[in-house]
Design a protein around this ligand. Structure first.
Ligand code: PBG
Length: 332
């Protein structure tokens, strides 16, 4: 075939896609293992790896297995691991006191990881839902999730995590004023370098379903979380939350869920230029992993494409259950 008009078009954008070398040269976004935080579910016992039904490929791990996971993550170049405890129902109560027990699962796992793999950062979750008999992130009084009483409990929980040696505290509860309160307590107690990654823009999402199964909170949860988590249609409010949390002393901020909220990530990064993270949550994982298992989507390709999108949207990193699998692919 001979073209009718020689030399047309003048701008051939395909030129820069013509070979792998040139494509590599003009790549705007790079994804690597250092972009990941790996969320893991911890349970009691030893030598246990128990599948989470709604999250194919994800397991609840006993503390010894979590330490193995941390070793694996570190070897793969993943800088951080994030702990979510599955608390035995007998240790859940209305006052959620297990949340600040120095010997609770999360604190034991933190100490075990920091002993065995000191160079990996441990991130912990601040919220009462794994410990409260109501399944809510805060205390429930007469049907209301009470803010200030909850913040006092969250401060105790955060301090017990800092004492166990965690590097990054992740308040996921969405109470008002908790970042300032936790920061003040950490300073008072000498934990100057314990960082806070605030779940600042956390939406009341349907995508958390499999997580609530994984930590055993779905059966208990009465009602929904709409009085503290954001409504999905709001974007300006996300900016107000992020601004507030940064001013209260958050070092890093998070948008959650991830893929349906990439516009929020971009807006946050452009507006504040702060370290910005997104959480590709359990439901996002489940829908992708479910399709991969059935052969409906090419797992390797779609996994990396979904993670690259976060970087392109301005995120500095992603919490993702795909972390080890993606890191293995990226390491070749
Ligand atoms: C609750 C918490 C949730 C997640 C992390 N921390 C669930 C919720 O708000 O109900 C969800 C993570 C996921 O879905 O992967 N403190």
């Amino acid at each position: 075939m001979k073209p009718k008009i020689a030399g047309f078009p003048a701008t051939r954008l395909r030129r820069l896609r013509a070979t792998p070398a040139v494509r590599a040269l003009v790549a705007e976004t790079v994804l690597g293992p250092a972009d990941f935080i790996w969320p893991v579910f911890v349970r009691d016992g030893t030598d246990i790896s128990e599948p989470v039904t709604s999250m194919p490929g994800v397991n609840r791990l006993s503390v010894d297995k979590v330490v193995d996971a941390a070793r694996e993550a570190h070897a793969l170049g993943i800088p951080a691991i994030c702990l979510f405890p599955y608390t035995d129902p007998s240790r859940r109560s209305e006052d959620a006191a297990e949340a600040w027990n120095p010997e609770n699962l999360s604190n034991r796992a933190t100490r075990a990881i920091k002993d065995a793999v000191p160079d990996i950062a441990v991130m912990t979750d601040v919220a009462l839902d794994p410990y409260s008999s109501t399944g809510h992130d805060g205390f429930v009084v007469d049907g209301e999730i009470v803010n200030d009483e909850t913040v006092e409990a969250l401060v105790k929980q955060a301090l017990s995590q800092a004492r166990a040696g965690c590097d990054i505290i992740g308040p996921s509860d969405m109470m008002d004023g908790r970042i300032a309160a936790i920061r003040a307590e950490l300073e008072r107690e000498g934990f100057r370098n314990t960082a806070i990654m605030s779940y600042s823009a956390k939406y009341a999402s349907g995508f958390y379903g499999p997580f609530r199964d994984a930590v055993g909170a779905s059966g208990a949860l009465k009602g929904d979380k709409q009085t503290y988590q954001m409504q999905p249609g709001n974007s300006d409010e996300a900016m107000r939350l992020i601004e507030r949390d940064l001013s209260e002393g958050a070092d890093m901020v998070m948008v959650k869920p991830g893929m349906p909220y990439l516009d929020i990530c971009r807006r946050a990064k452009d507006m504040f230029g702060a370290p910005t993270f997104a959480y590709q949550v359990s439901g996002e994982y489940a829908m992708l992993a479910g399709a991969f298992d059935r052969g409906w989507l090419d797992g390797d390709k779609v996994m990396l494409e979904s993670l690259m999108a976060f970087k392109r949207a301005g995120c500095d990193g992603v919490l993702t259950y795909f972390a080890p699998a993606a890191a293995r692919l990226l390491n070749g």
